[in-house]
Design a protein around this ligand. Sequence first.
Ligand code: SAM
Length: 250
Amino acid sequence: MAKVYEKSAEYYDMFSIVPPDRELEFIEHCFKEMSGRKIQDILDAGSGTGLFSIPLAKKGYKVTGVDLSSEMNKVARGNAEKEGVSLKIVEGDMQSLPFSEEFDAVICMGDAFQYLLTDEAIDAAVQCFHKALRKKGILIIRITNFLAMMEDFKDVVILPIETEDALILRIFKYFIDEIGAVMNRVDFDLIYKDGKTKAVYEEHKFRILSLHEMKRFLSDATFKKIKRFRGVGEGGVKVKASKLMFVALK
Ligand SMILES: C[S@@+](CC[C@H](N)C(=O)[O-])C[C@H]1O[C@@H](n2cnc3c(N)ncnc32)[C@H](O)[C@@H]1O
C-alpha cells in the first residue's frame, strides 16, 4: 500500500480550510439517534492529524486513531499534546486492523477511505471495520462524490490560501483513469514564508465510488441499516452534493 502524506503532513492543518464542526455535529447526531449502543470507544480509521479524533476525545470519547503515515501520526500526537487530550495513535493499514469487538463506533473521514483503490482493498477494510465493532456498533464513512463533479471537471485547479505568515498556492493537477475508476491528483504546494518558497510534490490516487458500490461493499460485509446522507458541512442541501456520508450498523 503506497503511503501518502509523508511529505505534506506538516501542511495538512493549514489546508483544512473548512472546520469539521458540522461533520462533527453530524457524527454525534448519528451516535445519539442511529447507533444501536451507547458510544464510548471510537476508532478513527485514517485519522490523519487528528482533525476528528481530537475534538471527539475532548468531548470525552475514548478515541484510537489508526493511520498509515508516520508523519501524519507525528502531527496528530503533537496536536493532541497541545490540546491536552489523551489519544491513542497507532501506525497501521485499515486493510489489516488487529481489533476485534473493541469499538462502539468506527469513523473514516476526509477521503481516507478512497485511498483504497481496488475492490479487494475496500472489502478488506470494511471487513476490518465490522470486526473491530461491538454488536450494534456504528460505522460512519465520508467520501467525496467525484461522480457528481465530473461534468465540471477541470484538469488544473488553483486554490490560494492566506494564512497569517504565508500565501499558499495549492495547485492541483487532476487526471482520471475511467477504467480503473481512479482520480489522480498531483499537488504542487508553493509556500511563501519570509520571502522563501517551497514546493511540495505528492501524488494522490482516489477511488471513484458510486452509491450502489458503497451499498454493496457495506452489505457484503453484513452491515445493516445502511443509510446515505449528502452534503453534510456544505451549507445546505445541494443538487450535486460533493461529499456523501454513509452510516451503517453492525
Ligand atoms: C485526507 S487525510 C484525512 C485525515 C482525517 N481523517 C481528516 O478527515 O482530516 C487521509 C488519511 O488517510 C490515511 N490513509 C490512507 N490510506 C490508508 C490506509 N490504508 N490505512 C490507514 N490510513 C490510510 C493517510 O495517511 C491520510 O492521513
